[in-house]
Design a protein around this ligand. Sequence first.
Ligand SMILES: C[S@@+](CC[C@H](N)C(=O)[O-])C[C@H]1O[C@@H](n2cnc3c(N)ncnc32)[C@H](O)[C@@H]1O
Length: 320
Amino acid sequence: MSGPHPAASATVHDLIAEAHARFRRARLAFGHGTTNAWDEAVYLVLHALKLPPDRLTPFLARKVTVAERERALHLIGERIRRRVPAAYLTREAWLGDARFYVDERVIVPRSYLAELLHARLAPWIAQPARIKQALDLCTGSGCLAVVLARMFPAARVDAVDISPAALAVARRNVAAYRLQRRVRLLQSDLFSALRGERYDLIIANPPYVSAAVMRKLPPEYRHEPSLALAGGADGFDAVRIILREAAQRLTGGGLLVVEVGHNRKRLEARFPHLPFVWPQTSGGDDCVFMLERRDLTGAARAAAVPPQRARRAGAASRRR
Ligand SMILES: C[S@@+](CC[C@H](N)C(=O)[O-])C[C@H]1O[C@@H](n2cnc3c(N)ncnc32)[C@H](O)[C@@H]1O
């Protein structure tokens, strides 16, 4: 006999239902591209069967071959056994329609900033063609630098990361999108290796997880580089430096856009003088802030309130 053999009556739907049940039983954690056991099962089964990731319905009743079933069961088993994000098994992650290569050298792309970039930061940026110089701080896999370059075709993009290993992954993604001429990758501790450059737009998805939250991370998140997550005691080590130094790096009407997780209240309490704008994303209106250069000028404005006072201010604002 030759060719693949259908497994007795198993369909794509059967396989997904089996994966779903096993994922639920195993109490996996999600958040690396999907948010629940069903979507994760769909993603992994479609990937194993080499089917398009965004078209499930036409394939639900399709019979799977023995080889396909084995491939899918292997991925499902590894996801459970190693508690590893699916993206590290499939070596890919998606931001909208853009696919990126990923491995354990970088965090799995999932930034809400990508949504704002896909909308060309409208209405905050009225004329995308005027963005000529942009900076992606903490670039990781380079995913946001790539989306930025695609959505702002007039921009030259500097993309920096402190990790040479992450930059190797970013290099691969930048090359895959043939953006080597417009995206420059640099090893830098935040702004430190950048000399004199000024940017119309600075974006950053820095590490922002506090020490307390780091201690409680589910196993899936422990596969990611801790350098990409850990933001110091209160999570704001990198954010503080960005707020302090961004004004000197922005052009006159320049814009700073930073992701900080769901930490709006804590950040506002820490920097009560800064007029943060919190655009709506699918994660809510507490994850990404924007500031214009003029909002950041004047040392007093960016001066942080000491953590104790900030905690009291946060408690007061929650009571209001
Ligand atoms: C949350 S990840 C973001 C990666 C990517 N931009 C994304 O959205 O998927 C943070 C990245 O910041 C890098 N990083 C940490 N500390 C840094 C620093 N002081 N300077 C530059 N990059 C840093 C880490 O290596 C990691 O790649």
